[in-house]
Design a protein around this ligand. Structure first.
Ligand SMILES: [Zn+2]
Ligand SMILES: [Zn+2]
Length: 183
């Protein structure tokens, strides 16, 4: 199985590499790679009054990209869009990411993961850890996993960054079993 990281707009290269390296540990049987192409941030995803981007519209574009790039032998690949723009879905102030559940497309935003966003000093290690957690979480959804009640499990829902920091970047025992059945 392949996991393809697809930059959506201009994205910090070092963060992309850090997420890819982390994913190879959490998904040891997957081949994790950066896509050759970059997806432009879809114009129709921007909401001027919110100054945010619709994650659902971006997700659709990732899916189109995936369908064009996939070979018949490659139907199980997952495409994880990574963007620096701030994402929202209707009814929520923001989202860290969104995914098909199950499906082949997911997206995460790095926008709210930098400590500087919260007025804290820069911390690259923390920033990359958060990015990995959000990436694993959304990919978990693509394998059909739903939110987990265990606050330490990566599939626990993060309402704010404190909840992301509280969880680990890996699946709890029960979610890991569900994942193994799905892949
Ligand atoms: Zn979720
Ligand atoms: Zn769990």
């Amino acid at each position: 199985m392949r996991i393809v990281l697809l930059p959506v707009g201009k994205v910090n290269r070092k963060a992309l590499n850090a997420v890819r390296d982390g994913l190879t540990i959490v998904f040891p049987r997957a081949v994790c790679e950066l896509s050759e192409g970059v997806l432009g941030v879809p114009r129709n995803s921007y909401n001027a009054s919110r100054r945010q981007y619709s994650s659902t519209r971006i997700l659709l574009e990732i899916l189109h990209y995936a369908e064009k790039k996939e070979t018949p032998a490659d139907q199980t690949a997952r495409f994880l869009g990574v963007t620096e723009v701030d994402l929202y879905v209707r009814g929520l102030n923001f989202v860290f990411g969104e995914a098909q559940c199950p499906g082949k497309a997911a997206v995460i935003s790095l926008h709210r993961l930098r400590p500087e966003f919260y007025g804290a000093p820069g911390n690259e290690k923390l920033y990359f850890e958060r990015a990995l957690k959000e990436a694993v979480h959304e990919l978990g959804h693509t394998f059909g996993l739903r939110h987990c009640p265990d606050p330490a499990c990566v599939m626990h829902f993060s309402l704010h960054i404190g909840m992301t920091d509280r969880k680990q970047s890996d699946f709890c025992r029960i979610c890991r079993i569900k994942l193994e059945r799905a892949v």
